[in-house]
Ligand binder design. Structure first.
Ligand code: GCB
Length: 578
C-alpha cells in the first residue's frame, strides 16, 4: 500500500467519473473490518464476496442498498441521520488499463478516515474529511470486472482534527466527486505561478514533474500574454520559471481576470485558468495589488442550500457565492474546513476573495503527535490544492481555540508550516476575544505570529445586549489588520417580535445594526465576516420548533429565504462598495 498523493489541477484533466449509485453496508460493530483497529482484514468486506445460496457469506454488496456519491450518508436515508461510525461503499466499474499510462483514483473528500481497496488490494488510506487524495491503481486494474470498496469511518475521536465537539453536523461518507485519471509515466503533479510581492509584474514559480529525468525540458505558455517559455527539470523534479510579461492585467474582485496557462512536459499537458495578484500587509491594512482593500465578507459552511446535507456541486457553489455577490460582498470565509474545489474555482471566476481554513476547532489534543500531524497534513493538502487560486488570500490555522501553552506551540507550528509552504499569502486565525468590561483586547499570544488577526465576538447574543456593541472600545497591541471573523445571532425565518425577542428576525437585525455601528468605529478593521450566510445543521441546536437541529444564525434560511438581517448587511455593504 502506498501513501496517497494529490495531483494539482486534477479537475482539469480528462476523467472517468465514478459518481452515482454505490452499494453500501452500515457496519456499527466493525464486523467487516476485523480485530486489528489499525489494519483491515482483507478477507472481510473488502473482499467483496457474494452470497451464492450455498457458501456461508454474511454480507453482499450486490444486494445491499445504494447511496449517491457525492453525498453524505446522513442526509440520504432517515435512519442514517445520526449515524457516526463505519460505512462500506462498493462500486463496479470498467477501465481498460492503457499501455504506458498510470492511473489514479481521485477522491474529492471522504469524511473522516478512508481505506480504499481495488480488486482485493488495499491501495491507500487517508485521514481528514475535507481534503482530496489520489491513490495510484495502475497495477491493480484489470481489463474487465473491476471493483472498488471504500471503508469510510467518521467516528469522532479525541485525537483527530476536528476532535469530539463541533457546532456542525458530522456528515460522513464520500462527500465529493470520485473519478479515475490516466497520466503518462512522467507527469505534472504540482505547479505554482505567482506574482512576486514588490517586484512589479514579475511572475515566479515552478512546475514539478514526477518520473522524469533531470534535464528534461518543459514549456509554459500563456497565449494571451505572448508567454512561451522553456525550462528544464532539476534534480528535485522542479522546472523553475521567472518572467515579467508585458501588459499583464491583474486579478481583482471588480475585474477577476483569469489567464489560460498551458503546460507541456513530454507526453503530459495541463491547462488551467489562473489570475495574478499580490496580497500583503502594511501596518494595519491589507493591500491587494498594492492598494488597501476592505473585506466585505460573510462566513459560510459547506451546507447545501435547499436540499440540505454537505455541499459539493457547482450549483451549490453558484448559489452560495451568488448570495455573497447579492450582499455586495467581496469576501467569504469558508468555515471551518476546506470546502469543495468548485467553491474556490467559482470564487476565482466571480472575484470573491477567500479565507480558507483547516478544522483545528475548539478543543484539540494539543499535546498529541497524531493531532498535530493530521492538522499539518490537512493544511498542506489545502494549500497544495488551492495555491494557484487568486481568490484565496488567507490561510487560517484555527478557530476559537482556548489559550494554553501547548495550544500555542501547536498553532505556531501550523503558522510556520503555512508560511513555509506559501510565502505569497497571509496567515490568520479566528481567535477568542479577551474582554475586560467594555474593552476588547486583541492580545492572544498567537497574534504575534499571524499576519492578520481574526476575532470572534458575540456581543448582543452570548454576552450583553445588542445595544452594548457600540459602547465597546477595541485595543490592538499588535498593530496588525483585524478581520472581525464572527458575530451575529439566531433568528428563525418568519418568526417576528420585538427587538429583544430571542430568535426573532427583528432581534437578529438589531444585532447586525449595532454591530455595524461598532465596527465602523474600529480604525484597524480591515474586514468582517458575520456569522453566517445560511442556517446549517448542528447537533448542538436542540430547541424544538425553532432550532430543530439547525444553527439559525444564517441571514438566509436553509430553504433560501432571506431574513431581515440580510438586508441590513446588504445596505451596509452597498454603501461601502460605492
Ligand atoms: C462560534 C463558532 C461557530 C459557531 C458559532 C455559534 O463562535 O466559531 O462555529 O457555530 O460560534 O453559532 O455559536
Amino acid at each position: 500500500m502506498q501513501a496517497p498523493t494529490l495531483l494539482v489541477d486534477i479537475d482539469h484533466r480528462p476523467a472517468v467519473s465514478l459518481d452515482g449509485a454505490w452499494h453500501y453496508i452500515v457496519d456499527p460493530y466493525r464486523n467487516g473490518w476485523g480485530d486489528d483497529p489499525d489494519k483491515p482484514n482483507l478477507n472481510g468486506y473488502a473482499k467483496n464476496a457474494h452470497f451464492n445460496g450455498t457458501d456461508l457469506v454474511e454480507y453482499d454488496f450486490a444486494t445491499s442498498p445504494v447511496l449517491q456519491v457525492p453525498g453524505d450518508w446522513n442526509s440520504q436515508h432517515d435512519n442514517l441521520l445520526l449515524y457516526e461510525g463505519l460505512v462500506w461503499y462498493e462500486k463496479d466499474f470498467s477501465h481498460q488499463p492503457k499501455a504506458g499510462m498510470r492511473t489514479f483514483l481521485h477522491f474529492g473528500a471522504a469524511n473522516h478516515r478512508a481505506s480504499v481497496f481495488v480488486n482485493d488490494v488495499h491501495v491507500c488510506d487517508h485521514e481528514g474529511g475535507f481534503t482530496p487524495f489520489d491513490c495510484e491503481v495502475t497495477n491493480v486494474l484489470k481489463p474487465e470486472g473491476n471493483f472498488v470498496v471504500v471503508a469510510v469511518d467518521d467516528s469522532r475521536r479525541p485525537d483527530t482534527v476536528p476532535a469530539m465537539k463541533t457546532d456542525w453536523w458530522n456528515y460522513g461518507g464520500l462527500t465529493r466527486q470520485v473519478f479515475l485519471v490516466d497520466v503518462p509515466q512522467s507527469y505534472v503533479d504540482d505547479y505554482s505561478l505567482q506574482l512576486r510581492r514588490g517586484a512589479g509584474d514579475q511572475i515566479e514559480g515552478y512546475v514539478h514533474l514526477v518520473g522524469s529525468k533531470a534535464g528534461s525540458a518543459l514549456t509554459l505558455r500563456i497565449p494571451e500574454l505572448n508567454v512561451d517559455r522553456e525550462s528544464t527539470v532539476g534534480e528535485d523534479g522542479n522546472a523553475k520559471f521567472s518572467f515579467a510579461p508585458q501588459g499583464l492585467v491583474r486579478w481583482a474582485p471588480d475585474h477577476p481576470k483569469l489567464y489560460r496557462i498551458q503546460i507541456k512536459a513530454g507526453e503530459d499537458h495541463l491547462d488551467d485558468d489562473i489570475g495574478f495578484r499580490t496580497v500583503e500587509v502594511e501596518g494595519d491594512r491589507i493591500l491587494l495589488n498594492g492598494k488597501p482593500i476592505f473585506l466585505r465578507g460573510i462566513n459560510t459552511h459547506a451546507e447545501a442550500p435547499y436540499r440540505g446535507g454537505r455541499a459539493w456541486s457547482q450549483q451549490d457553489a453558484d448559489t452560495l457565492l451568488g448570495w455573497v455577490h447579492e450582499l455586495h460582498g467581496n469576501f467569504v470565509r469558508l468555515a471551518h474546513y476546506p470546502h469543495d474545489e468548485h467553491m474556490t474555482r467559482e470564487a476565482d471566476k466571480l472575484g470573491i476573495l477567500v479565507w480558507s481554513e483547516v478544522p483545528t476547532y475548539w478543543s484539540i489534543d494539543w499535546k498529541g503527535a497524531h493531532a498535530l500531524e493530521s492538522a499539518k497534513q490537512q493544511l498542506s493538502e489545502n494549500i497544495r490544492r488551492d495555491h494557484n487560486k487568486a481568490s484565496v488570500i488567507l490561510w487560517s490555522v484555527s478557530n476559537e481555540t482556548p489559550k494554553s501553552p501547548e495550544r500555542l506551540i501547536f498553532l505556531k507550528a501550523l503558522v510556520d508550516e503555512a508560511h513555509a509552504q506559501d510565502p505569497t499569502r497571509l496567515v490568520t486565525s479566528a481567535l477568542l476575544t479577551h474582554m475586560d468590561g467594555k474593552t476588547a483586547i486583541l492580545d492572544d499570544p498567537l497574534g504575534a505570529s499571524l499576519d492578520v488577526l481574526g476575532s470572534n465576538e458575540y456581543i448582543g447574543w452570548y454576552n450583553g445586549k445588542p445595544e452594548d456593541a457600540p459602547l465597546y472600545t477595541w485595543q490592538n497591541p499588535y498593530n496588525k489588520p483585524l478581520i472581525m471573523s464572527e458575530w451575529g445571532g439566531g433568528a428563525k425565518s418568519g418568526l417576528h417580535g420585538e427587538i429583544n425577542a430571542r430568535f426573532s428576525e427583528e432581534m437578529q437585525a438589531e444585532i447586525f445594526k449595532q454591530q455595524l455601528a461598532m465596527l465602523s468605529k474600529i480604525p484597524f478593521l480591515a474586514g468582517t465576516t458575520p456569522w453566517v450566510l445560511m442556517d446549517f445543521r448542528s447537533p448542538t441546536r436542540q430547541l424544538p420548533n425553532i432550532q430543530d437541529f439547525y444553527n439559525r444564525k444564517g441571514v438566509i434560511s436553509n430553504k433560501g429565504i432571506k431574513k431581515k438581517a440580510f438586508f441590513v448587511l446588504q445596505d451596509y455593504y452597498a454603501k461601502l462598495a460605492h
